[in-house]
Every structure is written in structure tokens, then in C-alpha cells.
Design a protein around this ligand. Structure first.
Ligand SMILES: NC(=O)c1ccc[n+]([C@@H]2O[C@H](COP(=O)([O-])OP(=O)(O)OC[C@H]3O[C@@H](n4cnc5c(N)ncnc54)[C@H](OP(=O)(O)O)[C@@H]3O)[C@@H](O)[C@H]2O)c1
Length: 322
């Protein structure tokens, strides 16, 4: 496993991190706590030292499982969590004030609730779960982040940017007040490369690359016949004729990638670690098999310029998150 700096925090993260949305259940069905705990522990055995969770994942259940594993881990494991929007609206919508979404007391209280779920004294990174660039000049989030750090409840702070809106974080990064941003980045959505990544590199702000497998589309496992359970997030994400569109794009990718070593999922993760702005990539994993496959990516390292040039052509502007 290779490690990279999380911006200027001094924290060294494994370049393959652990996305812990799925292990929370509720929005991701079909897993079990037993399977998730085995997968989490296997990831730590293989050198993963960073887990991204959120209070909203299974209403605290992901945090409970993550805390259980982290507290009994032999070495340091860095934990990031998130404050859900108080109005429970994902993504943040223009025109809605920060007082409805992240008022000061709510941010502090939500962090304390996460620490109770995790049974930890502090999180290594606290993040807002949504962001609206209209809030950049407001005082609430600045005070809340500053006080979380001063009180020792969070060692670093950041924001998870709305899907498809990487540029909504540009002014925020320019404030110099966040240590990290979390952003959708994968073979299909390469949009953070244009402006966000050059800026985070210039300002030495960490980047967590989320949804690296496009919710499973980039594993190649989704066919037109795939059926998700009713009520599961992916039943909504891949609704209508979206599965057909995914199959078309994945077939084109596979044709162009003939001869490149690794599964499609591994190549998709290597795409993310190939960008120097990325501090860590956080695939969601509930199965040991997937943990083992994802962790091999770190040692394989960045893709060659030739393969990256092929992948450049497979960027696909779509708006499945809304
Ligand atoms: N707004 C936000 O802040 C936000 C939104 C979405 C996600 N996130 C974060 O980003 C993380 C990643 O996103 P995600 O979990 O939604 O989707 P993802 O990582 O794009 O895809 C997860 C899917 O890929 C499968 N998978 C993982 N590794 C694999 C491998 N090596 N080979 C084949 N299949 C593999 C998983 O299977 P199994 O689960 O069956 O193992 C799961 O079905 C989340 O867990 C969460 O921490 C944050």
C-alpha cells in the first residue's frame, strides 16, 4: 500500500481508502453487518488507514461499525465523517441559506452525535455533506470549523461537494480554511481536472475522490437485466434507460482497453490514483473480494500515459445524481 499527504494536514493516507456508505445499509441493501466487518478488517490488514463515513449512512449505523473496527485496530486509522444537511436535502440547492442547512449549534451537535456513534474522542476529518458556493462568505461555517478544531473534536475540516459541481468548491478552497474537499471523480466524470485539481494542488488542499466506480457502473457488473431492490439508492440512480446507457459506455471502454492488465474496476481505481491532486480514492466496499481487488491497485500505481489518453476519450457528461 502506498501513502499520500492529505494536503497540509501532515496526515499520510493510504491512496486506497474505504468508502463506508454501503456498510451502513438502508440506502444500500443486500449486505450484512458480519460481511461488512470482515471486509473492513481485511482492508486494514492490507494497509488501508482511512475510512470515510457519515452520520447519514444508515442513520449512524455505518459510524457504529467503523468505530468498532477502528477502536480494535492495532495501528492508527484515520476517520472522516460528515454533518448531514439539517434540512435533509441532498444536494444543496441554490437560494437556501446556510442557517437552514448548517447553523453553528447544529454542526457542533451533529459532530458530537457522530463521536458517540463512533465511540471516539475525535474525528480526523469532519466534512459538510453538501455545499453551496453562496455560503462561502458566511461566518457560521468558519466559526464552527474553527471551534471544532480548537476543541479537539475534529483534527481537520472539509466539505463534500455536490455531484457534478466541482467548481462550487473553488472559492471555498481559496479561503484557505478547509483542509480537504471530497468530489466525484471517475473515468466518466473527469470534470474536477479542469479547475478544482489545479487549485487544490496550488493551495495544498487534500482531495478525496469519491464514487470512483460510478456506483458500480465502472465495475462492468451492471447489465440491462440487473434488478436492484426497491428502496435501494441504486434502483433510483440507474432508473429508466440508464442501465442501457451504462452498458453501451462500458462496452466501448472494454473495447478500447483490450490488453490492459486488471479488471475494469481496478483500471477505474488506477485512473483515480493516477492524478497527483488526489490524496485518496474511496471505493465503497462490502465484500472481502472487492477489498482485495481494490487494494492491489495501490501497488500497481498510476496508469501509463497511453492508457490515460484512451480513458480521456471516455469522459461522459451525464446527470444521474439528480
Ligand atoms: N455526498 C457524499 O459525500 C457522498 C456520496 C456518495 C459516496 N460518498 C463516499 O464515496 C464512497 C464511494 O462511493 P459509493 O460507495 O457510492 O460507490 P462506488 O465506490 O463508486 O461503487 C461501489 C460499488 O463498487 C463495488 N466495488 C468496490 N470495489 C470493487 C472492486 N474492486 N471490484 C468490483 N466491484 C467493486 C461495490 O461492491 P460491494 O459493496 O458489494 O463490495 C459497490 O457495489 C462512499 O462509500 C462514501 O464514503 C460520498
Amino acid at each position: 500500500m502506498r501513502y499520500r499527504s492529505l494536503g497540509r494536514t501532515g496526515i499520510q493516507l493510504s491512496d486506497i481508502g474505504y468508502g463506508a456508505w454501503g456498510v451502513g445499509g438502508k440506502q444500500w441493501l443486500g449486505g450484512s453487518d458480519e460481511e461488512s466487518l470482515v471486509a473492513l478488517r481485511r482492508a486494514l490488514d492490507l494497509g488501508v488507514n482511512f475510512i470515510d463515513t457519515a452520520l447519514a449512512y444508515g442513520d449512524g449505523h455505518s459510524e457504529e461499525l467503523v468505530g468498532q473496527v477502528v477502536r480494535s485496530a492495532p495501528g492508527k486509522v484515520y476517520v472522516a465523517t460528515k454533518v448531514p444537511p439539517k434540512n435533509r436535502q441532498w444536494p444543496a440547492r441554490p437560494g437556501i441559506g446556510i442557517d437552514e442547512v448548517f447553523p453553528y449549534d447544529y454542526v457542533i451537535g451533529s459532530t458530537e452525535e457522530s463521536l458517540r456513534n463512533l465511540k471516539l474522542e475525535a474525528v480526523d476529518l469532519q466534512q459538510f455533506h453538501v455545499w453551496n458556493s453562496e455560503w462561502t462568505e458566511r461566518d457560521e461555517w468558519r466559526r464552527a470549523f474553527e471551534d471544532l478544531k480548537k476543541s479537539g473534536k475534529a483534527h481537520a475540516v472539509g466539505v463534500s461537494l455536490n455531484a457534478g459541481q466541482p467548481d462550487s468548491g473553488l472559492d471555498l478552497v481559496r479561503t484557505g480554511l478547509v483542509d480537504a474537499v471530497q468530489v466525484v471523480y471517475n473515468i466518466f466524470d473527469q470534470s474536477p481536472e479542469a479547475k478544482l485539481f489545479p487549485l487544490t494542488r496550488e493551495k495544498n488542499v487534500g482531495v478525496l475522490a469519491r464514487v470512483p466506480l460510478d456506483e458500480g457502473a465502472l465495475t462492468g457488473a451492471i447489465t440491462e437485466e440487473t434488478v436492484f431492490e426497491k428502496g435501494e439508492f441504486r434502483d433510483w440512480y440507474f432508473r429508466g434507460d440508464r442501465k442501457r446507457q451504462v452498458v453501451e459506455h462500458v462496452n466501448a471502454l472494454r473495447r478500447d482497453l483490450k490488453g490492459v492488465e486488471g479488471t475494469l474496476a481496478e483500471i477505474a481505481l488506477r485512473f483515480c490514483v493516477s492524478h497527483p491532486a488526489v490524496s485518496t480514492v474511496i471505493p465503497g466496499m462490502r465484500k472481502v473480494r472487492n477489498v482485495e481487488s481494490s487494494c492491489t491497485v495501490s501497488d500497481l500505481g498510476p496508469l501509463s500515459p497511453d492508457v490515460l489518453a484512451i480513458l480521456k476519450k471516455h469522459a461522459w457528461v451525464k446527470d444521474f445524481h439528480s
